[in-house]
Design a protein around this ligand. Structure first.
Ligand SMILES: Cc1cc2nc3c(=O)[nH]c(=O)nc-3n(C[C@H](O)[C@H](O)[C@H](O)COP(=O)(O)OP(=O)(O)OC[C@H]3O[C@@H](n4cnc5c(N)ncnc54)[C@H](O)[C@@H]3O)c2cc1C
Length: 382
């Protein structure tokens, strides 16, 4: 058993080392907490892979090992115990979490930042062909395998991306660019979506720019269609069309981890409903942020920017909890700068409904992403 049930010292469990907790740890390192506060971070991986820079890994602009946030040094700096494990359930009333290793953790306060998974494709017996974009580590292994097979000529230079949201479009363009860079003259990239338009809630200006980029890359956009079956590398679509593929990348939208919905916490669509201070509306001693949460005051799309902005609030509120004072509130911005890379060294930016495409925007995105990564990499030499 890790931790003690209330009393002295008070134990704060940080579940997951996502964007929000990485930022919170960085802030906590600058704060001094009372001696009776003890913190533990539980994460299944030693590094949190930064999704904003993932398309650049796929495209071959940088390596996977450059996009990880190392969690142990962040924990060391903030005087937080790092435990490599995974929560498999939480019992809010008894203030207990169960870990994959079989251990139980008791806590006085828990903060959940465990991100989300991907809505699974309802296609049985095809797990070896489908690569869900999350978790990112296993996805990158699957992508490297497909790339090696395509380059060796043992798999067709054809890839299907499911989900024409911003992530699916960015990933499809990155894959196209990479295959061309690897000498595949005419890769076939198919973007399949059940909806009737790309990039769902985005502005028309952004959708137009993205559609143009996809046309330039010859990406085959197939809307109002789902995958029906996959057999021996051949995908049958509900439209009746069949496509050969070496990989089906699942970008079909983020889906909360299933056990959250069974925890007894108030949830909306499987996400923990939180108040303005990021506390569960049913159990105020459980906090949640990022993709794990549903912000009741103003529902937010699952985006890293909101998780990052929640980080300082979590850190500040841990300090306030420790002092037994009232908590601060989270005030997410109403719009934010969207930067979507286009495979090559170009990007589209959009804010307040205005969209612009340029090479310098790709460099701006790279600068923003890598300053986050540098700032949160406390390993010696950084
Ligand atoms: C291809 C792609 C590109 C994207 N680009 C952008 C972008 O440019 N801008 C943007 O704003 N958003 C972007 N997003 C969305 C963004 O990735 C998410 O909104 C963001 O990662 C959410 O951060 P988080 O803090 O909630 O969790 P994450 O940063 O995803 O981290 C969750 C962490 O929790 C850990 N974890 C999972 N389960 C458990 C468990 N049971 N116990 C303990 N730990 C656990 C995971 O290992 C992970 O380290 C992109 C998404 C994708 C797929």
């Amino acid at each position: 058993m890790v931790g003690a049930l209330s009393g002295d010292p008070r134990h704060i469990l940080l579940a997951g080392g996502g964007h929000a907790h990485a930022v919170a740890l960085r802030q906590l390192a600058k704060q001094t907490l009372p001696a009776d506060i003890r913190l533990t971070l539980v994460s299944p991986t030693t590094h949190n892979l930064y999704s904003g820079a993932l398309p650049g890994v796929i495209a071959g602009h940088w390596k996977a090992d450059s996009i990880g946030v190392p969690l142990q040094p962040l924990c060391d700096a903030a005087n937080v115990q790092f435990v490599q494990d995974r929560l498999v359930s939480i019992e809010p009333d008894s203030r207990t979490a169960r870990l994959e290793s079989g251990k139980r953790v008791t806590f006085d306060l828990a903060s959940l930042d465990i991100g989300s998974g991907i809505r699974p494709l309802d296609v049985p017996d095809a797990l070896d062909v489908i690569g869900p974009i999350r978790p990112i580590g296993p996805f990158l292994d699957r992508w490297q395998k497909a790339l090696a097979e395509i380059k060796a000529g043992s798999a067709p230079p054809s890839i299907i991306v499911v989900g024409a949201g911003l992530a699916g479009i960015e990933v499809g363009l990155a894959i196209h660019y990479r295959l061309q860079q690897e000498g595949i003259a005419a890769p076939s990239i198919h973007l399949v979506d059940a909806g009737s338009d790309i990039a769902g809630s985005s502005s028309p200006a952004l959708r137009r720019k993205l559609a143009r980029a996809m046309r330039r890359a010859n990406i085959n956009l197939i809307l109002q269609t789902r995958i029906q079956t996959i057999q021996d590398g051949t995908v049958l679509l509900t439209s009746g069309e069949s496509l050969e593929t070496s990989l089906v990348v699942n970008c079909a939208g983020s889906a909360p981890h299933g056990w959250i919905g069974q925890s007894g916490l108030n949830t909306v669509d499987g996400r923990v409903e939180v108040d303005a201070s990021l506390r569960s509306t049913s159990h105020p001693h459980i906090w949640a942020a990022g993709d794990t949460s549903y912000f009741k005051a103003k529902p937010l799309e699952p985006a890293g920017v909101f998780a990052v902005r929640a980080g300082p609030v979590i850190a500040e509120n841990i300090g306030r909890y420790a002092q037994n004072s009232g908590l601060s509130e989270f005030h997410p911005q109403s719009d934010y700068l969207k930067l979507i890379s286009l495979g090559s060294q170009r990007a589209v930016a959009e804010k307040f409904g205005v969209a612009l495409e340029a090479g310098w925007l790709w460099h701006l995105k790279k600068k923003i992403d890598f300053s986050f990564l540098r700032e949160h990499n406390l390993t010696p030499g950084h």
